[in-house]
Structures are given as C-alpha cells and as structure tokens.
Design a protein around this ligand. Structure first.
Ligand code: SF4
Ligand code: FES
Length: 235
C-alpha cells in the first residue's frame, strides 16, 4: 500500500505522506489557506470552516482537518469558496465583537466582507467575567474556536478548567457549574490567554492599562488581589 498520495491543489501537483491535511499540503507548495480556529500546536477541530476548499464534492472540505486523498483536485480560492468565506466572516461579525481580533479583521478586509450585511442579526451577548487577578473573560468577543479549552486540556495543561456550556446559539465557553475561575481547577498558567485569537481572554494588567489606570495601582491590585490601594488604606 502506498505511503504517499498525489493530488492537485490549484492546478499544481503535490505528493505528500498519507494523512497529511489539505492545509499542510497546500502550505508545502506555498499556497496559504486562511484559518481561524486552527492553531499549529493544538488539535484541530474544524469548527470555524473558514479554511473550506472545493474538491468537487457536494459540500466543501475543511482543509485543517481533511486528509489528502489520491487524485483529489482542489480549488482553494474558487468563486464559491471565496463567497463562503465572506459569508462566514459576515456572520461572525453580526454575532460578536471582532474589534480586538486583528487576524480576523484582516480577513474581513481581504474577502471584502460586508460588516453590515446581517446588521439585524441577533448578537451573542455575555457578561464580562472579572473574577480573578490574572485575566478577564469577555465572551462578547468569543468565536467559540475551542483553542482555550484544548490548551487547558489534553493539548498542554491537563487542567480541564474550561469547557463548552449551553447549546445551539447559546453555546459558549464556561466553567463547571459556572464557578468563578478561582473556584475551578485553573492554575492561571495563561496558556488560554496566549491561544485566544480575539480579545475574549485578556491579561488583567493589559485590560487595566487600557482603561488608563495608573501602573502602580495596577501592580498593587493584581499582586495583592481584588482590593484597590485606597480601599485597603481605609480598612
Ligand atoms: S475565549 Fe478565545 S480561545 Fe476560547 S473559544 Fe473564545 S475565542 Fe477561542
Ligand atoms: S481553520 Fe479549519 S475549520 Fe477553522
């Protein structure tokens, strides 16, 4: 049995080891396919579908999770593919705030997405969780990419403090029983913050600096816990 497969991507032939994803095979010949939920060091789950490509089937294939097969003839930027990506970006924009997601905003521009197309669409709103001295969780900016869950679990930390919560449109990232972060298994390693492609997870110090709080006060608050210096002085 052959250990390699040969296929065409955008008309160019490429031979790769069996099991190679379309995303990696394309990268080998210099063809870049856009990604959002995919991260090279985390298990891919094929959630956002921005990497979808056309292989002549009834439905498009998510390049980050689909293995190459012999004889495939893939188009990575056909009209349908581009239109699909544009719609994904427009729908993302209608549901959540992308202001602090620079890589996604670049795609919005590249694919000429109309950010007002679904202006009447329901937004996925969430409280902002400021429940620990290290990072803030603002799920109004969360695209449910699952990276934070993956890095907190089997891909790096084996801590399992985060998981999905809710169903359907209400699906969001949460903690067990909705506990505050200090009551979970979280060890505040910061891996989730580092893996988040949007501003949904943000270091507390960065968030306070952006609010114009004095750096000394920020250091004091994040070192000593939740109290402000003035509160402590007043007892
Ligand atoms: S919080 Fe960030 S990393 Fe986690 S699912 Fe949302 S966007 Fe992805
Ligand atoms: S990057 Fe492939 S599904 Fe999100």
């Amino acid at each position: 049995m052959s250990e390699t497969v040969t296929l065409k991507i955008d008309g160019r032939e490429v031979t790769v080891p069996k099991g190679t994803t379309i995303l990696d095979a394309a990268a080998q010949i210099g063809i870049e396919i856009p990604v959002i939920c995919y991260h090279p060091h985390l298990t891919a789950n094929g959630l956002c579908r921005i990497c979808s490509v056309d292989a002549g089937f009834r439905t498009q294939l998510a390049a980050c999770v689909t293995a190459c097969a012999d004889g495939m003839d893939i188009q990575t930027r056909s009209e349908d593919v581009v239109r699909g990506r544009r719609t994904i970006l427009e729908m993302l924009n209608s549901t959540i705030t992308l202001d602090e997601a620079p890589e996604i905003l670049e795609l919005v521009e590249e694919y000429d997405a109309d950010t007002g197309r679904f202006a009447e669409g329901k937004r996925r709103e969430s409280p902002v969780y400021d429940d620990n001295p290290f990072y803030i969780r603002d799920y109004n900016q969360c695209i449910n990419c699952w990276r934070c869950v993956q890095v907190c679990a089997d891909d790096a930390q084996f801590t399992y403090a985060l998981s999905f919560d809710g169903r359907g449109f209400e699906t969001r990232i949460g903690t067990f029983q909705g506990y505050g972060m200090t009551d979970t298994t979280c060890v505040f390693c910061g891996q989730c913050v580092g893996a988040c492609p949007t501003g949904a997870l943000k270091p507390k110090r960065q968030a306070l600096l952006e609010q114009g709080i004095d750096p000394d006060e920020i250091f004091y608050q994040t070192r000593r816990g939740r109290k402000k210096r003035s509160e402590e002085a007043g007892g």
